[in-house]
Design a protein around this ligand. Structure first.
Ligand SMILES: N[C@@H](Cc1c[nH]c[nH+]1)C(=O)O
Length: 374
């Protein structure tokens, strides 16, 4: 039997690492006073596709229910959690969750996330706590080679404000900026008749790297209060991360939003060894406008499958075999109960190719059963 593209089985270490990653996430977030929340896997599509959430129905796993409404498998936790907690008292601010998201536009259809959302809190506090929780979690997973990248939706948006583009053009422009395709960006702005904008956007494509990029752009954007305020904001977060022991923080001023609801700071974590993204998040105050709330909302989600792949495997415990028979199986089981630390396998005969550190056997002596080492 085969599996559809984007689905795969999992075995061994990947599973035990993933379960450990989940348990460590539970402990880390509990200790930091997050309240856990879980939403159903099946929801109305509208929770994710409404005007403010803005996600694309095409990439969702969906069907019609008996009433003709579209239901989906949860494609995103952030919009689901927002729906679930919209009616909660604003004193509840820190939420954590774990579970799968399902999307067709990613390599794997199902991917497991562990995430946090901080709502109704002071804006800088929410961003700082999100990032520091990420740092604490990675530390607890013993993952220490990673880079945190900061970006901001306001840069691109401020630069293109005042130029008219159709929704289609904006969509293409966002994609081209995301792919860092200077040629495509130039083509789109030229065709729209906004040649003057090209230089600013093309420069932005290369505006990533260490803190010096901020100093450089502070000079370039001198006098442009909105943009320099964004730079100062990013710099404050970098200072916080550096003061908390994070050695590699980079900025990408040309980063555009990867989810339609972001409006403000965006974060991402990359693992150094293969560049894979291990967490992603950002500010999304606008999402709460659908509930007539003007508030602060920020968070991030870890890609648990990615983390599990990069975690060191757990140390192997001693592996013991007890040879028994149908008659002595209960005796072997009793002996097994006394061994807390070891992996204990009971077999009726030794199988070739399976290795144990020690082997025991149930033997009969003077009408009594004993377990002895072989
Ligand atoms: N839901 C986002 C992550 C996130 C959590 N909070 C804000 N953003 C994602 O799937 O990438």
């Amino acid at each position: 039997m085969f599996l559809p593209a984007g689905s795969q089985d999992e075995t061994g270490n990947q599973i035990s690492n993933r379960l450990r990653a989940s348990e460590i996430f539970r402990l880390v977030t509990k200790k930091r006073n997050f309240k856990s929340i879980s939403t159903p896997v099946v929801e109305y599509a509208d929770t994710f596709t409404n005007e403010v959430a803005g996600m694309d129905l095409h990439s969702m796993l969906k069907w019609f229910n008996g009433e003709g409404e579209i239901e989906v498998l949860r494609p995103d936790w952030t919009a689901a959690v927002a729906r679930a907690i919209a009616g909660q008292h604003p004193s509840e601010q820190k939420w954590s969750y774990q579970g799968s998201v399902f999307r067709f536009d990613t390599e794997e259809t199902e991917s497991r996330q562990a995430g946090i959302e901080i709502v109704h809190a002071d804006r800088f506090f929410g961003e700082a706590e999100s990032l520091l929780t990420a740092v604490a979690y990675l530390k607890n997973l013993a993952i220490d080679s990673y880079v945190i990248e900061l970006g901001h939706t306001g840069i691109f948006e401020t630069l293109i404000a005042g130029y008219s583009f159709s929704d289609k053009e904006i969509e293409k422009l966002l994609q081209a900026m995301h792919d860092k395709r200077a040629d495509v960006v130039e083509e789109i702005v030229t065709q729209a008749g906004h040649q003057q904008l090209a230089d600013a956007l093309l420069a932005l494509i290369d505006a990533y790297g260490s803190k010096e990029v901020i100093n450089d752009y502070r000079k370039r954007w001198a006098g442009h209060d909105e943009l320099t305020a964004i730079l100062a904001h990013i710099e404050r977060l970098i200072d916080l991360l550096e003061a908390s022991g994070v050695t590699e923080v980079i900025v990408d001023l040309g980063r555009v939003k990867n989810l339609p609801y972001y409006d403000g700071i965006m974060f991402r974590g990359f693992l150094t060894n293969d560049g894979s993204t291990c967490f992603s998040g950002g500010r999304y105050d606008r999402l709460y406008e659908q509930f007539e709330q003007k508030t602060s909302a920020v968070g991030l989600a870890f890609y648990v499958d990615v983390l599990a792949k990069h975690m060191k495997a757990e140390a192997e415990p001693e592996k013991i075999c007890i040879l028994a028979s149908p008659k002595t199986h209960a005796i072997a089981e009793q002996f097994r109960m006394e061994l807390d630390e070891q992996v204990v396998d009971i077999q009726y005969e030794l199988k070739e190719g399976i290795r144990y550190h020690r082997t025991y056997q149930v033997v009969e002596e003077d009408n009594e059963y004993k377990v002895v080492e072989r």
